[in-house]
Design a binder for this molecule. Structure first.
Ligand SMILES: O=C(CO)[C@H](O)[C@H](O)COP(=O)(O)O
Length: 240
């Protein structure tokens, strides 16, 4: 794979880095699993961006699908690419969700929430018959936990919530962007928690969920059916 290629976005030429190329490979590959008539879960992040873009091209050629977006950003991208949207007032069950991840372990357990959309992503993925995760190869790990685990908490008393979470073996950092506290699409805060070690992800998830003030954790356990990995050498599809 070339290290850098030029591409156009919004009419401007820009250099695409190798990491972006890998994301593009994985994101675009996922549309091969979309069939006419499907209701989709539309995940979040820069890898899913490529899925949405490709999906928009197929919709223009006549593919009949609808998608439930998992973030306001995804909603905006989908609209700009002409991907028809729906919501959980109209549908309860989704055929297929395509989403990104921050880490993927050998058991297909994930850390998600780097973009702060973990709650909506988890609701969307849980409502889907099948979940495909699209990542570049840097996201594949032997053990979860190098990436600080995002935990969404209600703003009221977040300091107390953080101190309970710290007792589980981490130092929670309140997420900020440009010196402002980051607020999720649900109006909540995110604590980024680097654990000394994540031994059993499912147990840690349950222990964190017991803490009052916690809305959801970025641990996605047993939800993924397929992982599509963009690599220097091409794209690899791994089935569970
Ligand atoms: O969980 C997410 C957002 O909450 C994203 O899916 C995750 O952060 C991966 O993003 P990217 O594809 O940009 O690396």
């Amino acid at each position: 794979m070339n290290n850098k290629v030029t591409n156009t976005r919004k009419g401007r030429r820009f250099i695409m880095e190798e990491a972006d190329l890998k994301k593009k490979l994985a994101g675009e590959k996922a549309v091969e699993y979309i069939k006419d008539g499907m209701t989709l879960g539309l995940g979040s992040g820069s890898t899913v961006y490529w899925t949405l873009k490709k999906l928009g091209e197929l919709v223009k050629k006549g593919l009949d699908i609808k998608g439930v977006p998992s973030s306001l950003r995804t909603e905006g991208w989908a609209q700009s690419f002409g991907v028809p949207l729906t919501d959980f007032q109209k549908v309860r069950q989704l055929d297929l969700a395509i989403d990104g991840a921050d880490e993927v372990d050998p058991h297909f357990n994930l850390i998600k929430g780097g973009g702060g959309s973990l709650v909506r992503e988890k609701i969307v993925n849980a409502a889907s018959n099948k979940v495909i995760i699209v990542v570049d190869e840097s996201k594949i790990v032997t053990r979860l936990g190098k990436f600080a685990l995002p935990i969404e908490v209600v703003p009221f008393g977040w300091e107390v919530t953080a101190s309970y979470i710290s007792e589980l073996g981490c130092k929670p950092i309140l997420r900020k962007r440009e010196n402002q506290v980051f607020v999720s699409n649900n109006g909540n805060y995110i604590l980024d928690c680097l654990f000394d070690k994540i031994e059993i992800a499912s147990e840690l998830h349950l222990r964190i969920k017991e803490v009052v003030g916690v809305v959801e954790t970025g641990l996605f356990i047993g939800m993924t059916d397929m992982v599509i990995v963009g690599m220097s050498s091409g794209v690899q599809t791994i089935n569970k």
